[in-house]
Design a protein around this ligand. Structure first.
Ligand code: BGC
Length: 714
């Protein structure tokens, strides 16, 4: 068969896309930009069937143009694995789930993030999907945000680096990944109506910088614009975000797709930079179908702009390998992908408190008591569109809500069973924790008590920072009965710990995914080091937050409803930067986490050459166990538009045997030495001295150095 001219792989993706666009009819162009839903939509009490040919239960379907060899775009959620939409007519897809995005960020290990992305991207591919709606990178500003667990924490460098690596892993399977939700969609309360009123320069240095870094690392095929408004304009109609910043300033060559139900117009959205309407049934009106044809006819959308939209989509399909290496369903290697998920979960578990070295669990214990959170059967997951249905089914079905954003899911990987298989000699008892007095009685006299505590974060709602279901009382009464109590948190966000002073240990295990039980047991028993570090600050109390009360809980959240302002008094000082600026002491600071070994950081030096700063130091394992250290470098500067005293400037995760030392050299992204100035439209480095601090968290520095910088703009 004669090849089409665009089949020539030696041509660049832009050229190839141009060659196709030239051959396309108006109807074919419309087909490519007009997204359909891939499942049964339940809207206003009605059930709307999807068109024939969708991968049932999927997030979206854009028919192909077989005449020109353009494949259908088959879209699946999300960043933790291949999800299934609620209301599917078919069986759900049971797939591998990575741990929460926060857990992956807590690894501080881009290689782990890449491997996780590669695993879920391969499952997408083998399930017939060529577009994965992964890559959530909204910064944690509101710790009650029900979707924080999908994202990568509060720091733009850490979040951008980890999410960039994950997207790269997804796309290594020759499929497109998105990055989302662009932008400033930092809480679920009011997400359909609220207007983010963040200063634009401060946004460039925080939320937008996280996107920019991830996009530079991964070059995702698509960006998903978000539900919320920004300065009164919907993100998917926002020229500043989509065209000026993303496409012009950052040179993004892929396409922008709308979130599901986030597009309110045809010409307005398109002329502001939206390239594809997703699952239009959620928009109520099909803006990119016949309405777009009319808009082209009446010239409110130019032919040139329509061609550009199609070009951007096809360009991504060429650039990411979708055209040359079409997806083909096939058998999935669950053991391999489960191992990637487990490695991710293990490195992301954060040991927050370990009084008396109770952990790792010592050999020879006689009696261990495990309590709560259904640890006898599985580990919890978060809810919403990112929910991956586990192979083997829900380990504890029936907890409300059982429909979207539920069901409340437990992956069938039991920490209790994984502990039993490792602590064969000990008597291990379990209590469900529903009755605190009974649990305390069981705990009395045990050599070790592990209380598992969980919350349920999910899309479309925010959650208080207080553990639900009387679990604080449970922990307090167990700790009163036995001081050798360790709390294992399985939460999608920080929680307040009124019992902190009464327990000996605290472990944050997040939502730990497909192999979570094994991962938790391996960290608790010290088979692997505790090497996670917090990607978010744990507040000591709600009054420390920029908004002690969630904003907007009293406002209706109806698509198209009246806007209300969501202000961000912290500006770019999200998370630890706010605590530093306000001089607040959190419960646990950003970057914190204990290891089973100890480390010394020495010989810090900093060099400046042509505005580029590098730092070097040595890290030594001074303990008696092999371990993984995460030395962190923060840069500080006084004044000149800096949002806070210090910013994370670099880190490395270093594997060390006892007594071993390694030399680390890091270069500092020049944007982290600068502030963004909307007047000059540039990053500005101010003349002066910058202080570099080396330590084990954002609050614990052992070494300092400084560099003198000349003024520079770029
Ligand atoms: C979410 C997106 C998701 C989409 C498709 C929306 O509700 O905000 O993250 O990709 O649904 O399921």
């Amino acid at each position: 068969m004669a090849a089409n001219p665009w089949d020539d792989k030696t041509l660049d993706p832009d050229k190839r896309a141009d060659l196709v666009v030239k051959q396309m009819t108006l109807d074919e162009k419309i087909t490519v930009v007009d997204g359909l839903f891939g499942s049964v939509a339940r809207l206003n009490g009605r059930e709307i069937e999807p068109v024939a040919g969708v991968l049932m239960g999927s997030a979206g379907h854009i028919p192909g143009v077989p005449r020109l060899g353009i494949p259908a775009q088959e879209e699946t959620d999300a960043g933790l694995g291949v999800a299934t939409q609620g209301n599917t007519r078919d069986k759900v897809r049971e797939r591998t789930s990575l741990p929460a995005g926060l857990a992956t960020a807590a690894t501080w290990n881009p290689e782990i993030a890449f491997q996780g992305g590669a695993a879920i991207g391969s499952e997408a591919r083998l399930s017939g999907f060529n577009v994965m709606l992964a890559g959530g990178v909204n910064l944690t500003r509101e710790p009650r945000n029900g979707r924080n667990f999908e994202y990568a924490g509060e720091d733009p460098l850490l979040a951008g680096t980890i999410v960039g690596a994950e997207i790269k892993g997804v796309q290594s399977n020759h499929i497109v990944s998105t990055i989302k939700h662009f932008a400033e969609n930092d809480q679920e309360t009011g997400r359909m109506v609220a207007s983010a009123e963040m200063d634009d320069d401060q946004a460039r240095m925080s939320d937008l910088l996280a996107f920019q870094i991830a996009i530079e690392i991964a070059d995702p095929g698509s960006v998903m614009c978000s539900y919320n408004r920004v300065h009164g304009t919907y993100a998917c109609e926002n020229d500043l975000l989509m065209t000026k910043i993303l496409k012009k300033d950052w040179g993004f060559k892929g396409y922008v797709m709308s979130d599901w139900g986030a597009d309110y117009s045809t010409a307005k959205a398109i002329n502001a930079g939206l390239d594809q309407e997703s699952a239009w049934v959620f928009d109520g009106i099909n803006h990119f179908g016949d309405d777009l044809k009319k808009a082209v006819a009446d010239k409110s959308v130019s032919q040139k702009r329509l061609d550009e939209m199609v070009h951007r989509i096809l360009r991504s399909l060429f650039a990411k390998g979708v055209m040359d290496d079409p997806v083909k369903p096939g058998p999935i290697d669950y053991a391999k992908d489960g191992a990637a998920s487990q490695a991710d979960a293990e490195e992301g578990i954060v040991l927050l408190k370990n009084d008396g070295g109770l952990l790792p669990v010592k050999p020879g214990l006689k009696k261990v008591v495990v309590i709560g959170a259904h640890a006898d059967v599985g580990v919890p997951a978060g809810g919403g569109s990112s929910l991956v249905y586990p192979v083997g089914g829900n380990a504890f079905p029936g907890i409300a809500p059982t429909t979207w954003p539920g069901p409340v899911m437990f992956h069938p990987s039991s920490p209790l069973k994984a502990l039993k298989s490792r602590l064969g000699q000990a008597e291990i008892a379990y209590a469900d924790g529903v009755d605190p007095a009974a649990a305390a009685k069981l705990a009395t006299g045990a050599d070790l008590v592990l209380v598992f505590a969980r919350n349920w974060d999910g899309e479309d709602h925010d959650e208080p920072l207080t553990l639900p279901d009387n679990q604080d009382a449970l922990i307090s009464s167990v700790a009163a009965a036995n001081s050798k109590t360790v709390v294992v948190l399985e939460t999608g966000n920080p929680v307040l710990m009124p019992w902190l002073g009464k327990v000996s240990g605290v472990v944050e295990a997040w939502y730990s995914g497909t192999s979570g039980g094994e991962a938790i047991a391996r960290v608790l028993t010290g088979e692997v080091d505790a090497s996670g570090r917090l990607p978010i600050t744990f507040p000591a109390s709600l009054d420390q937050l920029p908004h002690p009360q969630l904003v907007g809980t009293d406002k209706p959240n109806i698509p198209g409803g009246p806007a209300y302002a969501l202000d961000y008094p912290e500006g770019a000082a999200a998370g630890y930067k706010w605590y530093d600026r306000q001089n607040l002491s959190p419960a646990f600071p950003f970057g914190f986490g204990l290891s089973y070994s100890t480390y010394a950081y020495e010989n810090l030096s900093a060099q400046e050459e042509g505005g580029k700063v590098t730092v070097s130091f040595t890290v030594k394992n001074t303990g008696s166990r092999p371990g993984k250290s995460v030395p962190q470098v923060y840069v500080g500067h006084q004044g000149d538009g800096w949002e806070a005293p210090r910013r994370l400037a670099g880190w490395q995760k270093v594997v060390l045997q006892p007594g071993q030392s390694k030399q680390v050299t890091l270069s500092v992204d020049p944007r982290l030495l600068a502030h963004y100035d909307g007047k000059t439209h540039k990053w500005e480095i101010a003349k002066g001295s910058d202080e570099l601090s080396l330590g084990s968290s954002s609050r614990d520095f052992t070494q300092k150095a400084s560099v003198d910088l000349d003024a520079k703009s770029f």
